[in-house]
Design a protein around this ligand. Structure first.
Ligand SMILES: [Zn+2]
Length: 137
């Protein structure tokens, strides 16, 4: 099966509950010649699965970040949710907090947390989804 390299983007912001620095995973984009319209936010289950798999790549050093991405908790309502949990207090903020983080990150404070290969059909199923923001780093 053909694959493509996909980057996982993150942003360092404090936990809203305990103020510990927290690395928030917020988006995905192909590594090679990124097209801004393919930017995908990690606020729905299929994108969270892809991000988790890239971060858990054994050749990288982001296994702990993969472990901080959780599924949608029962109390989070609506189309989107925030998968990031605090490594210290376990707090999982709601979607509105991740929305703030994304807007903050897109104005300059972001980093590439990891990259790995993703099967092309899996990428096609999610690309450009989530918040539908066009962004090229
Ligand atoms: Zn915390």
């Amino acid at each position: 099966m053909s694959t493509l390299r996909v980057d996982v983007f993150a942003c360092d912001m404090p936990c809203r509950q305990c103020s510990m620095p927290l690395r928030w995973v917020f988006g995905l984009l192909p590594s090679h010649r990124p097209d801004g319209s393919e930017f995908t936010t990690t606020d729905f289950p299929e994108a969270v699965d892809v991000a988790r798999r890239i971060l858990a790549d054994p050749t990288g050093d982001t296994m702990d970040l993969a472990a901080q991405l959780h599924d949608r908790p029962a109390w989070q309502r609506g189309r989107s949710f925030n998968p990031n949990t605090c490594g210290r207090c376990g707090h999982q903020a709601d979607w509105h907090v991740l929305d703030d983080v994304i807007h903050h990150a897109l104005h300059g404070r972001w980093l590439r947390a990891a990259e790995s290969r993703v099967p092309v059909p899996q990428w096609r199923a999610i690309r450009g989804r989530g918040q539908g923001i066009s962004w090229t780093p």
